[in-house]
Write a protein that binds this ligand. Structure first.
Ligand code: FMN
Length: 168
């Protein structure tokens, strides 16, 4: 039986700066047949078009990128500190080369919409893509932003509706 209960986005009490920037998260996209997960620490949550949303930034060279593009929904899973090693692994190895589920021991689960997430998470945001756009050099205002890029590896930004929040 799932240990999760569903809450509203407005009932999330965690600090998003801590949650995303310091604790990190796993972005997971795909389906029960094939999915991939990777660590993120950039992004945000807020309101857009009057909906509760996440803002995610995925570079095109990530294996996860293809899964993000091909699927309408994805999840963001947040974990306790004891999973830091697993998140570091998922943020330094590619699913093209390793089986992240096997190597980390994390347990995949699927929402009724078929969106993959992880049973060990303490908080899961199920996200439905609303809008995607590539960042680009022309839009940079302050030069330091360019230091994050070497050439054409600009992130794609996804603005996604939070359609479900699962909390332990
Ligand atoms: C703490 C941390 C945060 C990261 N944040 C992002 C991010 O926001 N966007 C991104 O594209 N890559 C980010 N990465 C890099 C990916 O997680 C990493 O390249 C991963 O190996 C990609 O896996 P994949 O090829 O299986 O998709 C981050 C890595 C770490 C360790």
């Amino acid at each position: 039986m799932s240990q999760f209960t569903e809450i509203k986005p407005q009932e999330i009490t965690e600090n998003p700066f801590q949650l995303i920037g310091n604790d990190w998260a796993l972005v997971t996209a795909g389906n029960a047949e094939k999915f991939n997960t990777m660590t993120i620490s950039w992004g945000g949550v807020g309101i857009m078009w009057n909906k509760p949303v996440t803002f995610s930034f995925i570079r095109p060279q990530r294996y996860t990128f293809g899964f993000m593009q091909e699927n309408g929904c994805f999840s963001m899973s947040f974990f306790d500190e004891e999973y830091r090693k697993a998140l570091a692994f998922c943020g330094s190895k590619s699913g093209r080369d390793v089986d992240k589920v096997k190597e980390t021991g994390l347990t995949p689960a699927f929402t009724e919409e078929g969106v993959p997430y992880f049973e060990e998470a303490k908080l899961v945001l199920v996200c439905k893509k609303l809008y995607a756009q590539d960042l680009n050099e022309q839009s940079i205002i302050v030069p330091f932003v360019k230091e994050s890029y070497n050439g054409d590896d600009y992130h794609k930004m996804y603005v996604s509706e939070i359609i479900k929040v699962l909390k332990k």
